[in-house]
Design a protein around this ligand. Sequence first.
Ligand code: GDP
Ligand code: MG
Length: 163
Amino acid sequence: MTFTVAIVGRPNVGKSTLFNRLAGRRLAIVHDMPGVTRDRREAAASLLGMEFRVIDTAGFEDAHDESIEARMRYQTDTAVAEADVVLMLIDARAGVTPLDAHFADYLRKQKTPVILVANKCEGKAGAPGMYESYGLGLGEPVPFSAEHGEGLAELFDALRPHA
Ligand code: GDP
Ligand code: MG
């Protein structure tokens, strides 16, 4: 049995970029366009030889009949419930936003362990946001760049105890 990793966080922090990187060639072609990725995606993934199942939570941008909070909760709830560990991403270049804080408040109340990932940290651009993110109460952030593939070893170390 492998373990399951859910990627959560507000829109535009880099969740799908991380998902694609972890899924790599195992992932069939997916059209990652706004409004197309409304459904959750999952794939077999590997990180430096460690294998697991990864779940990308996508847009709550498509449901027009519910509040943002309700849509966010639904996507996040179902993924978190299935996961052995959650990666909560922030955009470290943008710093911590109220919506990030909202996700963190929610996740702190769940049983599933959470790893905070400070994405978009390449070239030290994310340093201020990374320090700010300690205030989310989710422990030490993993500095990461999904786009540039930086921080893979740190992410491996953070995930390893949950495998
Ligand atoms: P999602 O909405 O959380 O799934 O975010 P996406 O994966 O769609 O990424 C949102 C935007 O952030 C895209 O333009 C990505 O290219 C960009 N992005 C993702 N990861 C990084 C990163 O590590 N560094 C930078 N600079 N941009 C990134
Ligand atoms: Mg996405």
